[in-house]
Design a protein around this ligand. Structure first.
Ligand code: BGC
Length: 882
C-alpha cells in the first residue's frame, strides 16, 4: 500500500501567506514493495481540519479518484483562493495494483493578500531621516474582546525586525529578500494571535537600510474577534504610529554596524503601561513616505536565518590588546559578543578572510570596504550583542578594545543564510575529494542571501548570471532550490528590458547595468528555469517567463551575424593566470566561440521549454534555429589542421563537445586533442569558471573519467586541492592564491562545479532532457581507477535517490535506491560485456547464458562499458563480477 508523507504546498510545509489562487501540491510516497507507482490519487480539502472527511459536506474540494501518476506540483482544484483563505488538505493514493492506501496526515496553506485593494496601509518613515541610523517604529492599540484570528502583513525596507509586546516575531533575520523594489517588494504574513493580550498591545519594528537606503515600513494588522467583528490597524500618516532613532548609529550591509548601547530605549517595544522606563519624549509621529514602486508580493522563499553557531577555534594576541579570533571556517554571518566593562567603552570587531604574516587581519581583498562592527557598552553587567543590519564573509575577527581578557566564551560565530534545506551528501574513498565537497558545500551556503550571490564579503554580493551556468547543478544537488531559485528567475525577469529583451549580467540589476551588451552566457536564465522543471516539476516558472526567454533569444538573434554572436565579455571567466588573454579575464576561448555556443544552447533550451509547454510551432522554430547556429559554429570555428575548435585549447574543445556540436567523424580527434591538452599541463585544467564544468563532464562522457578524476584530485596549482593545501575552507575566485586588493574573493561558488561532477559522474545521478520533477532519471556511476568507494544521496521531490558503489575483492557492489513513482535507467559499469551481474544473489546478466529476471529490473542493452537496465522504485543491490 502506498503511504503518503511530506505534504507540500508551493514547495513549502504548511505555508502561511501564499500568493497564488491555485497553489501546487506535492507529496512523497512510500511502499514496502519494489517497482511501485501511483496510479491514482484523491485530494480532499476543507476550511476546517475536522471537516476533512471523504464525502463529507464540509469539503471545499474533493478531487475524486484521479487516474494520474502526478504527485508533484498537482494544481489545487478547489475554487480559486480568496485573500486570507486557509485550506486544510489530505491525500490518498492507489498503487500499481490499484490498491488504495491510507489518508495522509493533514496539511494546510493560507492565502496572503491576493488583491492590491486588500491593502489599506501606506508606507511610513521619517522623511527628513536620521542619517545613518536605523528607525524604530511603534504603534500601541487596545484589545477589549477575545480575538479569534490575528494576522500581520508586513515588510520594512531595507531590513526589518518585528516585535509584538516586546516579543520578537519569528526567527528570520535580514528580511525581506533582496529584490528590485521598483518591480517587486516582498512581504510576510504572521499569525500573531499567541502574542496579543486583552488590554494594551504594541506592535514595534526596527528598520534598517538594507539594500535600499532610507528605512520605511508597511504593516497591516487584522484582528477578527470571536463576536464576529473585526478591526484593522495599519501604517498611515501620523495615525498613532511613532518613530525615533535608537542605538544603531551606523549600519550598512558592506561596512558593518555601530551600536551604542547607551542609547537603548528600555521598554521601547512594550505598551506604555508595562514599561515604566518608556520615555514618550523623543518619539515623533511617523509620516507617509513615497512607496518603492514595485508590486507587493508574498515572500515565498525561505527567510534568512541563523542556521549554525561556531565556537572559536583559536584566539591569538598578535599585539597587546588586539585579539584575533579564528573560527576555523570561512562563513557568512556575524559574531555575537559577550562583554563586561565600563560605560562608553568601545569594542571593535574587524572581519576578514585572511591574515597578514604578523597575525592581524588582512582586509585588502575586500576592496574599498573595511567591515567593522562596533559595540559601545552601557556598563551594566554582562552585555550580549550581535548586529542586525549587516553581514560579513569572514573566518577571522580582530577584536580591539575588549575590556579584560578575551576568552572563547565571548565570541560565537553565527552562520547566516537563506535557510534552504539540504538535498545531498557525497563521500568517497579519497579524503581529498571529500574535503573538496565540504569546501564547495560551505561556499554555496555562504552565498545564499535572498539571491544567489557571487561572494559574501566584499562590496559586491550580486547575483551573476554567468556564474550560475557553472553553479546551478551544484546548487540543485546540494540544496533544495525550488523556491529560492524560482524567486531569482523572477529577479532576472524584473531586470530584463521589456522592449529590447536585453538581460543584464546581474539580477537584481546592479553591477555595470547597461554598460555591457546582453550576453549569451546569461543562458542561466533558461537553464536554471528548466532545471526547476526537471528537478521539481515547476512548469509555472516556464510559463511565467516564457515570453522573457523568447525576447532574450531574439535579442541575441538581433546581435548575431551569420548566426555568430561575438559578445562574451565574461564567458569562461578567470582561468589560471597564464591562460588569461591579456587585458581580459578570459580563458583564450574566443568570445565568438563562447557567445555562439551559448546562443546555440539557448536555442536548444528554448525549443525544449516550448515542447514542455506544448508550443509545437515555437519548438520547431527554435530547433531549426539551433541547427543553423550549430552549422555556423562548425563552419566558423572548426580548424581542420589542428583537429579542434577555436584556439584548440581545453575550453574551446570541451565546450564544443559538451554542446554536442562535434560531428561523429571529428569526435575522436577533438577528444584526443582535449586529453592531450590536459596531459600537456600535467593533468591540470586551463579553464575558467564555466568551462571547468564542461571539461570534467565532457572527459567522463567521452571515456576519460580517469583523466577528469586526475584533474579533480590534483593538489598542485591550479586545482581545488591547491586551495585546500593553502588553507582554504571555501572556494577562491581565482585559481591563484592572491591576498591583496582586486579580484580575490576567497568565498566564490562559481568554481564549485566539481561537486555536481561528483554527483553526476562518480555517483552518476542525472536528469535527462525528458525529466519532469525527477520522475525519470539516469544512474550511470563511473567506477574510476583510484577510488574504492563512492556514496551519494540526493533528496529529490519524490524521495531519496541513492547511488553507492564499492570494490569488494574482484567484484563491484552497487547499491541504488529509487523513490516510489520514479523510474531510473541504471547503467552498471562493466569492464566488458562478458561480466556477470547479480541482484541480491539472482544472476541478471551473463552474456553466455539466459538470465533470470527480478522484480523491478528490466534489461535494456549491453554497452561497451556498461549493462543498462530500467529499474523501478526500491532498493537494489547489484554485484558485478568482471
Ligand atoms: C564576480 C564574478 C563574476 C564576474 C563577471 C565578478 O566581479 O564576482 O563572480 O563572474 O564579476 O564579470
Amino acid at each position: 500500500m502506498l503511504t503518503v508523507s511530506d505534504l507540500r504546498c508551493e514547495y513549502a510545509v504548511n505555508p502561511l501567506g501564499i500568493g497564488v489562487a491555485a497553489p501546487r501540491l506535492s507529496w512523497k510516497l512510500m511502499h514496502p514493495e519494489r517497482d511501485q507507482r501511483q496510479t491514482a490519487y484523491q485530494v480532499i480539502a476543507a476550511h476546517r481540519a475536522d471537516a476533512l472527511v471523504a464525502g463529507g459536506d464540509g469539503l471545499v474540494w474533493d478531487s475524486g479518484k484521479v487516474l494520474s501518476s502526478d504527485s508533484v506540483a498537482v494544481v489545487y482544484g478547489g475554487p480559486p483562493l480568496a485573500s486570507r483563505e486557509r485550506v486544510y488538505w489530505r491525500v490518498r493514493c492507489w498503487d500499481s495494483q490499484d490498491r488504495l492506501g491510507p489518508w495522509s496526515e493533514t496539511a494546510w496553506f493560507e492565502a496572503a493578500l491576493l488583491r492590491p485593494d486588500d491593502w489599506k496601509a501606506d508606507w511610513i518613515g521619517y522623511p527628513a531621516g536620521w542619517p545613518g541610523r536605523a528607525l524604530y517604529f511603534r504603534r500601541q492599540f487596545e484589545i477589549d474582546r477575545p480575538v479569534d484570528r490575528a494576522r500581520l502583513y508586513v515588510t520594512g525596507l531595507g531590513y526589518h525586525e518585528l516585535f509584538i509586546n516586546g516579543q520578537r516575531l519569528g526567527d528570520a533575520v535580514l528580511d525581506p529578500a533582496y529584490t528590485d523594489i521598483s518591480a517587486r517588494v516582498m512581504y510576510r504574513t504572521f499569525d500573531i494571535g499567541a502574542q496579543l493580550v486583552t488590554g494594551p498591545n504594541v506592535f514595534a519594528a526596527t528598520v534598517g537600510n538594507g539594500w535600499h537606503g532610507s528605512p520605511r515600513l508597511l504593516a497591516q494588522i487584522e484582528l477578527y474577534f470571536t463576536d464576529g467583528t473585526s478591526t484593522c490597524i495599519y501604517t498611515e500618516d501620523w495615525g498613532g504610529w511613532f518613530v525615533t532613532c535608537g542605538p544603531v548609529l551606523e549600519h550598512s550591509i558592506y561596512g558593518g554596524e555601530t551600536y551604542d548601547a547607551r542609547q537603548e530605549r528600555p521598554g521601547w517595544n512594550l505598551p506604555m503601561e508595562r514599561a515604566p522606563d518608556h520615555n514618550p519624549g523623543g518619539w515623533t509621529g511617523a509620516m507617509r513616505v513615497p512607496p518603492p514602486g514595485g508590486v507587493l508580493v508574498p515572500q515565498m522563499i525561505e527567510p534568512i536565518r541563523i542556521t549554525d553557531k561556531l565556537r572559536p577555534r583559536a584566539i591569538a594576541q598578535p599585539r597587546p590588546g588586539i585579539y584575533v579570533v579564528d573560527l576555523g571556517q570561512n562563513i557568512a554571518g556575524w559574531v555575537q559578543l559577550r562583554v563586561r566593562g565600563a560605560r562608553g567603552a568601545q569594542v571593535a570587531l574587524r572581519f576578514a578572510e585572511l591574515l597578514y604574516p604578523d597575525g592581524t587581519v588582512n582586509q585588502e581583498n575586500l576592496r574599498v570596504i573595511s567591515p567593522t562592527d562596533t559595540y559601545i557598552l552601557k556598563g551594566e553587567g554582562e552585555e550580549v550583542w550581535e548586529p542586525r543590519f549587516t553581514y560579513h564573509g569572514f573566518r577571522y575577527v580582530q577584536v580591539e578594545g575588549y575590556p579584560g581578557e578575551l576568552t572563547t566564551d565571548a565570541i560565537t560565530g553565527k552562520v547566516v543564510r537563506s535557510a534552504v534545506e539540504e538535498a545531498g551528501r557525497f563521500t568517497c574513498s579519497d579524503d581529498l575529494l571529500n574535503r573538496i565537497q565540504t569546501m564547495v558545500w560551505w561556499t554555496e551556503r555562504n552565498n545564499q542571501h535572498g539571491i544567489p550571490t557571487d561572494c559574501p564579503q566584499r562590496n559586491e554580493r550580486m547575483g551573476w548570471l554567468n556564474d550560475m551556468v557553472a553553479r546551478a547543478e551544484e546548487a540543485f544537488f546540494n540544496f533544495q532550490m525550488p523556491r529560492f531559485l524560482a524567486k531569482w528567475i523572477g529577479d532576472i525577469y524584473d531586470a530584463q528590458d521589456p522592449v529590447s529583451g536585453g538581460v543584464p549580467l546581474t539580477a537584481p540589476r546592479a553591477w555595470m547595468a547597461g554598460r555591457v551588451p546582453t550576453e549569451p552566457v546569461s543562458v542561466s536564465y533558461l537553464e536554471t528555469s528548466w532545471l526547476l522543471y526537471a528537478h521539481y516539476g515547476d512548469r509555472r516558472t516556464l510559463e511565467a517567463y516564457y515570453d522573457g526567454y523568447r525576447k532574450w533569444l531574439q535579442r541575441l538573434s538581433d546581435q548575431a551575424q551569420d548566426h555568430i554572436v561575438d559578445t562574451a565579455w565574461v564567458a569562461d571567466w578567470a582561468p589560471p593566470i597564464d591562460h588569461i588573454v591579456p587585458g581580459t579575464m578570459l580563458s583564450g576561448a574566443p568570445a565568438a566561440v563562447m557567445g555562439t555556443g551559448f546562443y546555440y544552447y539557448g536555442a536548444c533550451l528554448l525549443a525544449r521549454i516550448a515542447g514542455i509547454l506544448g508550443q509545437a510551432e515555437d519548438q520547431k522554430r527554435y530547433q531549426t534555429l539551433a541547427a543553423a547556429i550549430g552549422d555556423a559554429f562548425n563552419r566558423h570555428f572548426w580548424d581542420e589542421q589542428a583537429g579542434g575548435y577555436g584556439t584548440n585549447n581545453q575550453s574551446c574543445n570541451c565546450f564544443a563537445l559538451w554542446l554536442g556540436l562535434v560531428p561523429a567523424d571529428r569526435q575522436a580527434r577533438v577528444v584526443d586533442n582535449l586529453v592531450r591538452a590536459v596531459r600537456e599541463h600535467d593533468d591540470h585544467l586551463t579553464t575558467g569558471n564555466v568551462c571547468t564544468k564542461y571539461l570534467l563532464e565532457t572527459l567522463a562522457d567521452h571515456g576519460h573519467a580517469d583523466v577528469a578524476l586526475k584533474i579533480a584530485a590534483q593538489k598542485t596549482y591550479p586545482s581545488w586541492g591547491y586551495m585546500l593545501e593553502n588553507g582554504a575552507t571555501t572556494l577562491w575566485e581565482r585559481w591563484e592564491l592572491y591576498t591583496s586588493h582586486g579580484m580575490n574573493s576567497h568565498d566564490h561558488p562559481m568554481m564549485g562545479s566539481v561537486s555536481s561532477w561528483f554527483y553526476k559522474v562518480l555517483a552518476g545521478i542525472r536528469v535527462t532532457p525528458q525529466t519532469s520533477g525527477f520522475d525519470h532519471f539516469e544512474l550511470r556511476p563511473h567506477c574510476v581507477d583510484g577510488l574504492d568507494h563512492v556514496t551519494a544521496e540526493h533528496q529529490t521531490i519524490r524521495g531519496k535517490v541513492e547511488s553507492a558503489w564499492r570494490r569488494e575483492g574482484g567484484r563491484l557492489a552497487l547499491r541504488v535506491a529509487i523513490p516510489v513513482n520514479c523510474v531510473a535507467d541504471v547503467a552498471i559499469p562493466v569492464a566488458s560485456p562478458q561480466a556477470r551481474i547479480w541482484e541480491r544473489g539472482v544472476l541478471i546478466w551473463d552474456a553466455q547464458q539466459p538470465q533470470q529476471t527480478v522484480a523491478g529490473v528490466a534489461f535494456q542493452r549491453a554497452e561497451a562499458a556498461a549493462i543498462a537496465f530500467r529499474v523501478g522504485s526500491g532498493i537494489y543491490e547489484f554485484s558485478v563480477e568482471q
